[in-house]
Design a protein around this ligand. Structure first.
Ligand code: CO
Length: 139
């Protein structure tokens, strides 16, 4: 397996509306998606669309959200993960484990509607890595 394109950089924030406004006001980004929710994963999200990639803004839903813990350590928000595309999430998971990495979850549906896994930051120089299946028909 080789990873595919960088899909997005995930940024945890206390408020995605406020953060989206910053991308509008400070950087002139006008192409920002409507907020979505993944209640099972305890997050609200939206995407700032850039010419070559996206910034995924993520906000906790509820106190047991994994993002709540992150924001306790980084109250103003901060870079949370980096996401690369892969062709087949089950093959990717098996290969990551074969190569000694710790995969943090069973494949589940992510913010783009395709299957995702997370690889522990300890395996990649402190960076939490999300792998997601390339959306079909998107390329
Ligand atoms: Co993500």
């Amino acid at each position: 397996m080789d990873i595919g394109p960088l899909n997005h950089v995930g940024v945890a924030v206390p408020s995605i509306e406020k953060a989206a406004q910053t991308y509008r006001d400070l950087y002139g980004c006008t192409d920002i998606t409507e907020p979505g929710e993944l209640p099972a994963q305890g997050v609200r999200f939206c995407f700032v669309n850039l010419p070559n990639s996206q910034i995924e803004l993520i906000e906790p839903m509820g106190d047991d959200s994994p993002i709540s813990n992150f924001l306790k350590k980084n109250p103003k928000g901060g870079q949370h993960h980096v996401c690369f595309e892969v062709e087949d999430i089950y093959k990717a998971k098996a290969l990551m484990e074969e190569r000694g990495a710790t995969v943090l979850n069973e494949p589940r549906i992510g913010a783009h509607g395709t299957l995702i896994i997370f690889v522990h930051p300890k395996n990649t120089d402190g960076v939490l890595i999300e792998l997601m299946e390339t959306p079909k028909g998107d390329h």
